[in-house]
Design a protein around this ligand. Structure first.
Ligand SMILES: C[S@@+](CC[C@H](N)C(=O)[O-])C[C@H]1O[C@@H](n2cnc3c(N)ncnc32)[C@H](O)[C@@H]1O
Length: 314
């Protein structure tokens, strides 16, 4: 079967994450299972892959794709922020590696019909997990102008947040904004021609902002990062691919803090707080795709991969 989603930094993820091919690995954002398939392919013996996704459509595709690995691969609908309870239910204390490939999949953008794309007329939903309550339509039509502006500015890093928020409020006075295309048209109406002509669609940041808000993406990432150190076995690794600076900043700061948790004042000659490094970054800088990969897969253009390893002795 052809899968529309091309896994980003695939070779790098497998070689940097799987340090023990008889270990237990978690793909916390399985999508259609591209990375998962490559990880499962290098496992042997007791090696095992646990794949999670909050989107039931992704889960059913990944389950079929990974079925050839039999009991080596388990795919389930779950939120990676709740990984601790997933592992407890499976009787696992920790795992040898976790991958998060954040954001959304090509399947969600192109084929879900849930309003992730500004190029199609779809209901303004944007929920990755249809069991969640808040939709983009509810936010776009229900939030105050001030809150709309804040979401656009903070989650979209959109310079024209104020103008877009005002245009949304004006538009919804006439009729509720119900489709993705309607929202894209509102954004385009306040964009100068220069931004309309650039390669990136003018509604990209607005759609990113509402998607992040609807799915509480930053809140869940923060929750995961606060638990992750305890879920990874000594010698195990965490690899995270992010696609925008908000997420990348959170990951970078968390990994740096695990590497250097000392809270002593700089004026002290040596550490007295007793907090010892728990992890070390495998590469100090984030790993980015090659030009060839970006040419072949536009989604890869903003990707940054960061990998950290838990020290054997904390
Ligand atoms: C970029 S795609 C992953 C693609 C995948 N690595 C592949 O190779 O096919 C991101 C996926 O993460 C899922 N996702 C996002 N946030 C999640 C969360 N908090 N818990 C579980 N899955 C999540 C999305 O539903 C989406 O399917």
């Amino acid at each position: 079967m052809e899968y529309s989603h091309k896994p980003v930094l695939l070779r790098e993820v497998v070689s940097l994450l799987v340090v023990n091919n008889e270990g237990v690995y978690v793909d916390g954002t399985s999508g259609t299972g591209g990375h998962g398939e490559a990880i499962a392919s290098v496992l042997k013996g007791a090696g095992r892959l646990i794949s999670l996704d909050r989107d039931p459509e992704a889960v059913s595709i990944a389950r079929k794709r990974l079925s050839r690995f039999g009991s080596r691969a388990t795919v389930m609908k779950a939120n990676y922020a709740l990984l601790e309870s997933v592992l407890v239910e499976m009787g696992l204390m920790g795992v040898d590696g976790v991958l998060l490939d954040l954001g959304m999949s090509s399947l969600q953008i192109e084929g879900s019909g849930r309003g992730f794309s500004f190029l199609r007329k779809e209901p303004l939903d944007m929920r990755m997990d249809p069991d969640e309550k808040t939709t983009a339509e509810a936010l776009v039509n229900g939030l105050s102008q001030k809150d709309l502006e804040r979401i656009l500015r903070v989650y979209g890093e959109e310079k024209r947040a104020g103008q877009i928020a005002r245009a949304i409020v004006e538009a919804r006075k006439k009729a509720p904004v119900e489709s993705s295309m309607q929202l894209a048209d509102i954004v385009c109406s306040v964009m100068p021609l220069s931004r309309r002509r650039k390669g990136v669609h003018p509604a990209t940041k607005t759609f990113q902002a509402f998607r992040i808000a609807v799915n509480n993406e930053l809140g869940l990432l923060e929750k995961f990062l606060s638990k992750a150190p305890d879920l990874i076995n000594p010698g195990g690794r965490l690899a995270v691919i992010s696609y925008h600076s908000l997420e990348d900043r959170m990951i970078k700061h968390a990994m740096a803090a695990w590497e250097n948790p000392c809270s002593c004042p700089r004026s002290l000659p040596s550490c007295v707080c007793g907090k010892r490094p728990v992890f070390f970054r495998v590469h100090k800088r984030g790993i980015v795709p090659t030009i060839e990969e970006i040419k072949d897969n536009k989604r890869a253009r903003s990707a940054v991969l960061r990998v950290t390893e838990r020290r054997i002795h904390d």
